[in-house]
Design a binder for this molecule. Structure first.
Ligand SMILES: CSCCC(=O)C(=O)COP(=O)(O)O
Ligand SMILES: [Mg+2]
Length: 228
């Protein structure tokens, strides 16, 4: 059996509940986005991502208000737009720093990440959330600051999560052959893409979901069941 040397984990539905993202983070960004854009419109980074959002929607010469309406619609649709995710990450920073929320971690996740790191495995994150948003989520978690455990972070600037090429790029970026990398996710299409790239896969099916009789990928209800 090929030894696993690195673990790449998804966030939503894998380390953390879907409900935390959908019921806490998304509504916070939705409430704050219009005022945030208006008060930070002079920041080059904000301008860049507003421009990218308009470009993605083929909105030619859109007003700021039109882009705000577009972004609010995308939040409602849970669109995995790199521009939206970058702006959401900037807005969530205030919420974390003001103590409005801490990120949810399933109860066994922190201890298992510590154990894997202690065994010499290298840990990475790959999420649709922007890299700055990922770092905030693991810094301000209910289980404490987990950022020292991670060697690197990947978002959709590396490529869409359902595309095989993205996983090839991640393997290359971390300097591992894909067969030495275990990718963990709750989304079967992401696991299919990682498998196609040659990675090992682990499908997280958190309760109350049931593991199917013949799962397409090795399936687990918690990190504790995974033996890399
Ligand atoms: C990085 S925290 C916010 C998560 C998020 O915005 C998201 O879309 C989650 O996607 P994932 O790829 O982690 O399932
Ligand atoms: Mg997920």
């Amino acid at each position: 059996m090929t030894a696993i040397r690195a673990i790449v984990t998804d966030i939503e539905g894998t380390t953390s509940s879907i409900s935390f993202v959908k019921d806490v983070l998304f509504p916070y960004a939705r409430r704050r986005l219009p005022a945030y854009v208006e008060t930070h419109a002079d920041k080059p980074e904000v301008q860049h991502w507003l421009h990218e959002a308009a470009r993605e929607a083929n909105l030619i010469e859109a007003s700021r208000q039109e882009v705000i309406v577009l972004l609010l619609r995308w939040i409602d649709e849970d669109r995995k737009s790199t521009a939206l995710k970058a702006l959401q990450g900037m807005i969530w920073k205030d919420g974390y720093e003001e103590g409005e929320y801490r990120s949810h971690m399933y109860p066994e996740v922190a201890a298992r990440l510590h154990a894997w790191r202690g065994e010499g495995l290298h840990l990475y994150v790959y999420s649709s959330g922007s890299v700055p948003a990922q770092k905030l989520l693991f810094r301000y978690s209910e289980s404490g600051d987990l950022t020292p455990l991670f060697a690197g972070y990947f978002d959709t600037e590396t490529g869409p999560k359902r595309e095989t090429e993205s996983y090839r790029r991640i393997a290359e970026a971390i300097g591992e052959r894909p067969e030495h990398v275990l990718f963990l996710s709750d989304v079967v299409e992401e696991l299919d893409a990682a498998h196609e790239a040659g990675m090992k896969t682990g499908w997280l099916l958190r309760p109350p979901q049931d593991i199917p009789a013949q799962p397409r990928h090795p399936a687990y209800t918690s990190f504790d069941a995974i033996k890399p």
